[in-house]
Design a binder for this molecule. Structure first.
Ligand code: SF4
Length: 352
């Protein structure tokens, strides 16, 4: 995969863009005034491997709480702010690692200047977020409806303000709930600029629909080398967003988080409960960071081939399975020992 070159931007100790790994982000759902609930969510996201966490900062109290959140976490925190320049300044002062704000929405140029100047002093970037659902009225009039061109034109307005203030640490997102539009807007922007892109299908919906839409939208762009960081947006537990984000990256070999499971859909030939074994295996290995491919196959039609290609795996038969390790048959195991054998082998596995 040839990644489109972008400039590298530092978000606290994490780089976004350039040759930095593509990162997975999410956003908290707890009220930022509820410190305990927010901290619980931040910890869960951190445990799930989330690399950048965004929080809505709708009030000065929420902006003050950034200090508390920052003390209790060691991954970059992004303050999501709309319109209010005072909140942006407070968030920077409280230690936010990045501000998501659109300079064109702030109003007076001197206020914009102040925010950008404080962000520069604090060495933090901003993210410009264009959403097809909230494009400027005059752009909607000019283009008729939200188009990729209108979205890029909106991003350009905000970028121009940053450039006029000699502010270069900018990450850009062009999001839409319409997958094709999101893809087109990011392609167009990427062809013109080298700012790092934050990918996402916004308001993607509930778990299944949101996962599919995000995977198609983000995946299409990643396959073209576009995108430096991503957020899967789901009407669900944000931990699920992180899991799906890593699965998208894993599908392209761009992340090794969690083991890779090769398993068949099963059919009338299977005589072992492959679905049950694989569900349990996925659940129990979700947070294991090992570069490992494990095959669980229902029968000997395709089973031995896949199990041989994996690091290890099983090809099931009637009430038992052939166990393969590094391409060789190691022995036979009974159905009731398949899951435990796989889990123990994963636990003991040392990737060379
Ligand atoms: Fe069916 Fe065997 Fe293929 Fe699994 S591997 S889908 S059980 S034929």
């Amino acid at each position: 995969m040839n990644r489109k070159p972008t400039r590298k931007i530092q978000v606290a100790n994490l780089a976004v863009g350039g040759d930095a790994e593509i990162t997975v982000q999410s956003m908290t759902t707890a009220n930022p005034l509820d410190i305990e609930a927010s901290l619980t969510e931040l910890r869960r996201l951190q445990t799930a491997g989330c690399q950048i966490i965004r929080m809505s900062i709708p009030s000065s109290e929420a902006a003050q709480n950034i200090r508390v959140f920052k003390k209790n976490m060691n991954i970059p925190l992004v303050a999501d702010i709309h319109f209010n320049y005072k909140l942006a300044l407070m968030a920077i002062e409280s230690g936010a690692d990045k501000i998501r704000i659109n300079p064109g929405n702030i109003g007076e140029p001197k206020r914009v200047k102040e925010i950008l100047s404080e962000a520069k002093k604090a060495h933090i970037p901003i993210r410009i977020g264009v959403n097809s659902g909230s494009l400027e009225k005059d752009l909607l009039q000019e283009y008729g409806h939200p188009t990729a061109e209108a979205m890029v034109a909106s991003a350009e307005r905000h970028l121009r303000i940053c450039q006029e203030n000699d502010f270069q640490d900018v990450i850009v997102a062009l999001k839409s709930s319409d997958v094709s539009l999101m893809i087109a807007a990011n392609r167009l922007f990427s062809a013109k600029y080298d700012y790092p892109l934050h990918l996402g299908v916004t308001e993607a919906g509930p778990f299944v629909q949101g996962t599919v839409k995000s995977s198609v939208g983000i995946g299409t762009l990643l396959a073209e080398g576009i995108g430096d960081t991503l957020r899967v947006s789901l009407t669900d537990d944000p931990v699920q967003e992180v899991r799906i984000g890593f699965e998208i990256l894993k599908a392209f070999g761009l992340s090794k988080k969690g083991i890779k499971i090769v398993s068949c859909p099963t059919c009338g030939r299977a005589q072992v409960n492959v679905i049950g074994i694989v569900k349990e295996l996925e659940e129990r290995t979700r947070d294991i960071d090992k570069d490992l491919t494990v095959a669980v196959m229902g029968c000997i039609v395709n089973g031995p081939g896949e199990a041989r290609e994996a690091d290890f795996g099983v090809a099931c038969g009637k009430g038992e399975a052939l166990f393969f390790k590094r391409g060789e048959v190691i022995g036979k195991i009974g159905e009731d020992r398949i899951l435990d054998t796989l889990l123990k082998t994963i636990e003991d596995w040392d990737t060379p």
